[in-house]
Design a binder for this molecule. Structure first.
Ligand code: FES
Length: 177
């Protein structure tokens, strides 16, 4: 699984390298270039930062320094089940920050991080447009409204079980092919 992930990532990095050539070698293009790379890889791994630095004639630490200034960039791969906790005003006043803390505690990671098995990542987002359901969390593509701290554990467990079920079904299918 890890090898497949690495191979995919190498291919995506190669793709990003080709796209890089379409940008003029100007430092003013740094942000659009980083956005393009993140669009391809879903995050900015060190080899990508080094590649961008070399292209623009900058040091990797300069590129990293600029990228960390903007919270739109992430430096860890998102989990297969990304959890987004809304901290827009309506959700915040209804305890969105406590929901976020509960996910962090349950998954033993901080906001912006990914679990070591890459199953989950947690991040805060601005209003997702469903304020009537505040506080809201989005797990994968599914929106969970009226979240409560006590629902966090059950939700994580359910996602884990669904993931295991899907993996088992995929294994059975590949064994029967
Ligand atoms: S503030 Fe959370 S959905 Fe609007």
């Amino acid at each position: 699984m890890k090898e497949t992930t690495d191979a995919n990532e190498a291919a995506l990095l190669q793709d990003a390298r080709k796209r890089l050539e379409t940008f003029a070698k100007e430092r003013g293009n740094l942000i659009p270039i980083l956005q393009m790379v993140q669009e391809k890889l879903a995050y900015l791994p060190s080899p990508a930062l080094a590649m961008v630095a070399e292209y623009l004639g900058m040091t990797a630490s300069d590129v990293y320094g600029v990228a960390t200034f903007y919270n739109q960039f992430r430096f860890q791969p998102p989990g297969r089940n990304p959890i987004k906790v809304c901290l827009g005003t309506a959700c915040y006043v209804k305890g969105g920050d406590i929901i976020l803390e509960n996910f962090e505690r349950k998954l033993k990671i901080r906001e912006g991080d990914t679990t070591p098995d890459r199953e989950f990542s947690v991040e805060r987002v601005a209003c997702v447009g469903c304020c009537a359901l505040a506080p809201v969390a989005v797990a994968g593509e599914t929106l969970h409204g009226h979240m409560q701290p006590s629902k966090v554990e059950g939700l994580v467990l359910r996602i884990r079980m669904e993931t295991q079920k899907k993996e088992k079904e995929a294994d059975e299918k590949s064994n029967s092919d």
